[in-house]
Design a binder for this molecule. Structure first.
Ligand SMILES: NC(=O)c1ccc[n+]([C@@H]2O[C@H](COP(=O)([O-])OP(=O)(O)OC[C@H]3O[C@@H](n4cnc5c(N)ncnc54)[C@H](OP(=O)(O)O)[C@@H]3O)[C@@H](O)[C@H]2O)c1
Length: 262
């Protein structure tokens, strides 16, 4: 796909991965509509990109804001690509979970991307070359103790993306799924960082995720999983889940010790 002059809506644009994606798309000559909950960091990010782009403030957990975002994008002339990148996580065992937060997390991570896809598909179908990229995770293929809400939402976005690709196979819209492994951004609390350190799990830089995304778009790659051994674990988990049960069982006490307590 040719990226120069493509108009792209990027959610979660002021986050650790989102802001690096924005900067790399800017370097590729894209026109961006960057969205998030807070105006100031979005304006600051836009300034770092010579103020070339549009800022739209929207809280994706609110239906009115999702519709408002669509209306605003339509007024701005529409888009060629949608990147559903905004996301929330938590590192808590099921019995300690806060139900209200569970609802918000599922709304932001799965309902909002589904609603945005539904709203933007008719617009994207009108283009000769367009795309939707949904941000997944290696936790969208591996159920990991302490991350039940996050894993559920990422399993769901993976299933949704696969379905959408098959439903839109006769349309010009490319449907893509990127699954990073642990990455150094604010979504990971000090507890998650401590667990990754204790277990020897590698954490990528957000620039690596953004670079992978740019390559995916340029080469029209539908699905990419990042990192070894995570890629291998994803495969093993799909064929021999008991092996992964066993491996994670041996780490359970470390994971439980690190998890956030109420
Ligand atoms: N970092 C990792 O280890 C990792 C690994 C695999 C996949 N991912 C995925 O990568 C994506 C980006 O995460 P990140 O690591 O960059 O995390 P991050 O730095 O915490 O950024 C998350 C972004 O989502 C936005 N967001 C959260 N709730 C929102 C809401 N209600 N409405 C609108 N925007 C909202 C945040 O906006 P505010 O600034 O307003 O909070 C922020 O811009 C997520 O989908 C995540 O699941 C991350």
């Amino acid at each position: 796909m040719q990226l120069q002059d493509k108009v792209i809506l990027l959610t979660g644009a002021d986050g650790g991965i989102g802001s690096t994606i924005a900067k790399q798309l800017h370097q590729q000559g894209c026109q961006l509509i960057i969205t998030g909950r807070s105006e100031e960091p979005l304006n600051q990010l836009n300034q770092e990109m010579q103020g070339h782009h549009h800022v739209v403030v929207a809280d994706l957990s609110h239906a009115n804001d999702r519709q408002g975002l669509f209306d605003r994008v339509q007024k701005l002339g529409g888009i060629d690509g949608l990147i559903n990148n905004a996301g929330l996580s938590e590192f808590t065992f099921v019995e300690q979970q806060d139900t209200q937060y569970l609802e918000t997390l599922l709304t932001v991570n799965i309902l909002a991307p589904m609603v945005l896809c539904q709203l933007f598909i008719p617009m994207l179908k009108q283009k000769s070359e367009s795309f939707i990229l949904n941000m997944g995770s290696s936790f969208g293929s591996i159920g990991y103790a302490g991350f039940s809400a996050y894993c559920s939402s990422k399993f769901a976005i993976r299933g949704y993306t696969e379905t959408l690709r098959r439903e839109l196979a006769d349309s010009p819209i490319q449907i893509m799924y990127l699954a990073p492994r642990a990455t150094k951004t604010p979504i990971n609390s000090p507890e998650v960082i401590a667990m990754n350190k204790a277990l020897g799990n590698h954490m990528d830089e957000p620039e690596q995720v953004a670079q992978t995304l740019i390559t995916m778009l340029k080469k029209n790659q539908q699905t990419v999983y990042m990192g070894w051994p995570e890629k291998l674990f994803v495969k093993i988990n799909s064929i021999f889940p008991k092996l992964v049960d066993h491996a994670l069982r041996s780490k359970l006490s470390i994971i439980r010790n690190c998890a956030t307590k109420p």
